[in-house]
Design a protein around this ligand. Structure first.
Ligand code: DC
Length: 222
């Protein structure tokens, strides 16, 4: 059954381009957008800044309970090292339970009176919004993703060592995100798979637009 408020779920591994795609789609449809990775990043960073251990349940839960007070626009959230902290707190089920409510509330009541919601992450199509109107699983080879993240973080100043460090961090993060017991990264059964290894964002955007436009027009019919 299509929901009254259209919900688009976009999942995929680190640096797959899901954020760029989701933001563009949200602008296009004038939907509310939630980068759910930022929630885990903010929790991971808070644990680190308060001298806690990201693998300790008590420390991570304490930080997750402060979510409403955490700054989701802190530039430090974007770094690959913060991504690593996020990936660690994300293995703790009690943390996921706290963040689940926030995410589902966003999808059901998109802020700003928007007519729909787009969420990107790892478990949106499988756990957070299993009834999403459209589910997209976006991926790319780990080398392609590392190259993109490397350019984003280091620009022209980056060297081979920086690239290798990013490649290793992403490989570790992929493994942790895919193999954890709680809500591991995987495509929902009815997700549309988009591989961006050899396609640019424009092509991927057009493909996603088509998928969503088809579905939302149908869903809006009485
Ligand atoms: O999408 P991202 O790279 O900003 O996510 C950072 C980490 O947060 C990711 O490695 C795993 C975790 N995460 C998650 O477990 N579930 C989500 N829905 C989003 C992110």
């Amino acid at each position: 059954m299509p929901s009254l408020i259209p919900v688009i779920a976009i999942d995929g591994p680190a640096a797959s381009g899901k954020g760029t795609l989701a933001r563009r789609l949200a602008r296009h449809f004038d939907f509310a957008y939630l980068d759910t990775g930022a929630l885990y990043r903010a929790v991971g960073l808070q644990v680190m800044r308060t001298g806690g251990d990201t693998e300790n349940q008590q420390d991570a839960v304490k930080a997750a309970q402060q979510l409403a007070d955490l700054d989701l626009t802190d530039p430090e959230l974007k770094s690959e090292s913060t991504g690593g902290l996020a990936s660690k707190v994300a293995t703790i089920q009690a943390v996921r339970d706290i963040l689940l409510k926030f995410q589902q509330n966003f999808a059901q009541n998109p802020p700003g009176d928007k007519g729909g919601a787009i969420l990107d992450g790892r478990d949106i199509g499988t756990i957070i919004c299993p009834d999403a109107d459209v589910k997209i699983f976006i991926t790319a080879s780990v080398e392609t993703r590392a190259k993109r993240r490397f350019i984003e973080e280091f620009g022209p100043a980056g060297n081979d060592e920086d690239y290798t460090a990013i490649l290793n961090e992403l490989t570790t993060r992929d493994k942790r995100d895919m193999n954890r017991a709680s809500s591991p990264l995987k495509a929902a059964e009815n997700a549309h798979l988009l591989d961006t290894t050899n396609s640019d964002i424009e092509t991927v955007f057009e493909q996603a637009l088509q998928l969503i436009s088809d579905k939302i027009t149908t869903a809006s019919l009485p």
